[in-house]
Design a protein around this ligand. Structure first.
Ligand code: ADP
Length: 460
């Protein structure tokens, strides 16, 4: 009989520390709910920022005309045009182009960065055939601008940059209105275009998914990072300036910032300490794609050092931060052969180690532990949002279907993660409520969503 993979002390302790039994998950969901409420009451009231997006109207399907979307969130940016034909015809035509931002512009001036974007946008527009949507005198084409950096939003079409992230360091931009920067650059390039909606990719996903399905109430991103946005009743937002307002609005939860009562192991603590934002975004550090591989690497390294994972051998590569990617965990977990052949060959190629079956099993067990915890915690976050919606609307209790739209490669490509997430959702919500919830993978709808929000928020 082969030895159980969990007889390794480091692994046994790690599994125990990562456990997320139902009562504990319930506490996590409740703590997230509490922070959601605190963040809705006052700015900075809880770990979740609960940012007002000023998106009060979501796409209905009736939108018509030619709209654009511009997506800047990393080293690439994407431009697209969407021809909307109303309820019946929907998206009549769409064009898109992806371009990369030269590195020197990521650390240059705002004039250079936005000048570059505007010039590429001008090239894109110049390729269009004279359209069936002639511009009326004095009007401009409208753009939905997805800007995935921290922004303090001041209206649907303005927001100031709080700080650059992801390798960007454009001088003199912090505290400036990013929409004004883009509008000025477009004007300088002679473009008859204006930004009508400034959104993040979670809001874009929610809006794009809502266009095809009116029961979509939540948009979640599970990729390198994570975030969630949802439709909230204005009456449930004490911090809203206009107290008498009715109807709904979209809240950007920034849930990655949640940092209470999470099951942090020594490996999580060490990874956090060495991160760019120690002590912050602990939820994101447990559930998003950027970190899952890194946690596994740290555990494996410790197992090599103290539990002879690969005999006396400690592979050099295992000491290199972020060397193991979340994609690699997924690949290893795909192996369902008895002797874990492809896990063996991955370890051989990656670490130059001949891992015996026991070692292969242990490695997979570590991957599964981290992914299980991540998926289940992500499920608890979704439950917190669904229960908040239910508390305000009772829509599920009255039998109404409620859809959560999810985008991001972690969710899309990691079946075990998806399954653990779904399991925890049903465990916490119970079968009755869960039977009205649909989790939908919506790939790449955030650009369409941004263009639609430009239409919904058109000034004309
Ligand atoms: P973004 O960087 O905008 O979030 P994606 O949605 O493409 O973009 O997410 C990329 C992240 O998804 C990667 O950093 C990785 O963590 C995760 N990922 C990508 N491919 C896989 C895969 N095959 N299995 C598991 N996770 C993956």
């Amino acid at each position: 009989r082969s030895e159980s993979p969990s007889t390794c002390p480091v692994l046994t302790k790690f599994q125990r520390d990562c456990a997320t039994p139902k009562p504990f998950l319930r506490k996590v969901a409740d703590a997230i709910s509490d922070d959601m409420r605190a963040g809705l009451a006052v700015q900075g009231g809880g770990d979740l920022d609960m940012i007002l997006t000023f998106v009060d109207a979501l796409p209905s399907g009736k939108e018509e005309g030619l709209f654009y979307a511009l997506d800047l969130g990393g080293t690439n940016f994407r431009v697209r045009s969407v021809e909307l034909g109303g309820k019946e015809k929907r998206v009549v035509a769409a064009e898109s182009e992806q371009l990369s931002i030269p590195h020197e512009l990521m650390i240059g001036t705002s004039e250079q960065l936005f000048g570059f974007i505007a010039s590429k946008l001008a090239d894109f527009v110049a390729k269009e055939k004279p359209g069936q949507f002639p511009l009326e005198q004095g009007r401009k084409r409208e753009i939905g601008f997805t800007f995935s950096f921290p922004v303090y939003q001041t209206s649907i079409d303005s927001g100031t940059l709080i700080k650059w992230t992801k390798g960007f360091h454009v001088s003199g931009m912090e505290g400036k209105n990013v929409v004004a920067c883009l509008n000025e650059a477009m004007e300088a390039h002679g473009l008859d275009m204006r930004v009508s909606a400034l959104v993040n990719d979670g809001v874009g996903t929610l809006a794009g998914a809502r266009y095809w399905d009116e029961d979509v109430m939540v948009g979640v991103i599970l990729g390198t990072g994570t975030n969630a946005c949802y439709v909230e009743q204005k009456s449930a937002i004490p911090k809203l300036q206009n107290k008498s307002s009715s109807g709904t609005t979209v809240i950007n939860t920034e849930w990655g910032g949640f940092s209470k009562i999470l099951p942090r192991t020594i490996f999580d603590q060490e990874m956090d300490k060495e991160s760019l934002n120690p002590g912050e975004h602990l939820y994101e550090k447990m559930i998003s794609g950027m970190y899952l591989g890194e946690i596994v690497r740290r555990v494996l390294l410790q197992m090599c050092k103290t539990s002879d994972l690969f005999g006396q051998f400690v592979p050099v590569k295992l000491s290199s931060p972020f060397a193991l990617r979340t994609e690699d965990l997924c690949k290893m977990q795909e192996d369902n052969t008895d002797d874990l052949m492809s896990v063996g060959s991955f370890l051989y190629n990656f670490l130059e180690v001949e891992a015996n079956l026991k070692a292969r099993r242990r490695v997979v067990e570590v991957c599964d532990t981290v992914v299980k915890r991540g998926g289940r915690l992500a499920g608890a976050g979704i439950v917190a949002i669904l229960e908040k919606i239910e508390n305000e609307t009772k829509r599920m209790a009255s039998g109404q279907r409620t859809v959560v739209a999810i985008d991001g490669a972690l969710y899309e490509k990691y079946p075990q993660y998806r399954r653990y997430m779904q399991d925890s959702l049903v465990e916490l919500l119970g079968h009755d409520l869960a039977s009205h919830v649909v989790i939908k993978h919506t790939k790449d709808v955030s650009g369409l969503g941004a263009a639609l929000l430009a239409a919904t928020n058109s000034i004309y």
